[in-house]
Design a protein around this ligand. Structure first.
Ligand code: GUN
Length: 292
């Protein structure tokens, strides 16, 4: 078993991004600028946004975190998004999900100018991705593709099984792995809560992407010998063992699956770090105007 090491890959790509951000500053007299809107005080979301902001600083981007009380109306939030859409000093805008129930995430996603949609959630970016046109690719799937590319994992003609059909990970991942690119050219199966014979389906996978949001969901009996296993899960549990008071678990039973895998991502230290890289790369592209 070999490790798909998010620490190594993310550090290397972030060095490249840092270099490019310095060149951007030299040329344009300003830094690439990401704005993240956070509504309410979900613990996980707070951690993720703080990490995104910290990583922006690390690579020489400007970052702004706009926080709103959970009570903010949908109209107020859209008004702020429209203001940012026309602000030439801001390159990328993300609205952290989940949003409170009175705010429709589809409306919010559609309100963001697709040219600043560095999350790649806007229908324009999604449609362009499906057609293999230049676009912003959602950060987690983008990061996974960069990881597969870094380790030169040959995916062509292989069977990829994705566990989970979310808009953020499972669904875009299926498009990317099926595209005529390297990595890509896979025969893709998406499995979900209504899949019959889940174990048999996942067992077919030369590549398994676990993105279901349940601790230790993918067990050793579900994984083919020699499979490439990508664990997208970030399941937080309170713990007295760690300084933060939380411990992270993936969607894969790592201890028992790792001996069967040819390659595997750890949690933490795997896909999570690559998600940040995907977001930083999109923000840099937005600033440089290379996509739109
Ligand atoms: N919530 C979980 N993942 C993400 C993400 O990639 N972007 C945003 N905006 N919210 C999320």
């Amino acid at each position: 078993m070999q490790l798909l090491d998010g620490k190594v890959v993310s550090a290397k790509i972030k060095e490249d991004i840092k270099q490019e951000a310095a060149e951007f500053l030299q040329e344009k007299g300003r830094k690439p600028h990401l704005v993240a809107i956070l509504v309410g005080n979900d613990g996980g979301s707070e951690t993720y946004v703080a990490s995104k902001m910290r990583n922006c600083e690390m690579v020489g981007f400007d970052s702004t975190n706009i926080r709103y009380d959970v009570e903010i109306s949908e109209a107020e939030l859209i008004a702020k998004i429209e203001e940012i859409n026309t602000d030439a000093t801001i390159d990328g805008l993300i609205v952290q999900l989940p949003l409170p129930p009175h705010i429709d995430p589809e409306k919010i996603t559609a309100a963001i100018d697709y040219r600043k949609d560095v999350d790649g959630f806007h229908p324009v970016n999604l449609g362009r991705m499906q057609r293999n046109l230049p676009c912003f690719i959602p950060a987690t799937p983008y990061g996974i593709m960069l990881m597969l590319e870094h380790y030169n994992i040959d995916t062509a003609g292989k069977k990829a099984v994705i566990v989970g059909r979310s808009n953020i990970v499972g669904s875009p991942m299926s498009i990317l792995l099926a595209r005529n690119t390297q990595p890509g050219n896979c025969t893709v199966t998406i499995t979900h809560s209504r899949t019959q014979n889940l174990r048999e389906e996942v067992l077919q996978g030369d590549i398994v992407v676990a993105a279901i949001g349940k601790k230790n969901f993918v067990t050793a009996d579900m994984v083919k010998e020699g499979a490439v296993v990508i664990d997208v899960g970030i399941n937080r549990e309170t713990s007295t063992e760690t300084k933060s008071g939380f411990k992270l678990f993936g969607d894969v039973d790592y201890e028992n699956v790792a001996p069967k895998a040819s390659w595997i991502t750890p949690v933490p230290g795997g896909v999570g770090l690559m998600t940040i890289v995907g977001l930083l790369k999109n923000t840099l592209e937005a600033a440089k105007g290379t996509i739109y």
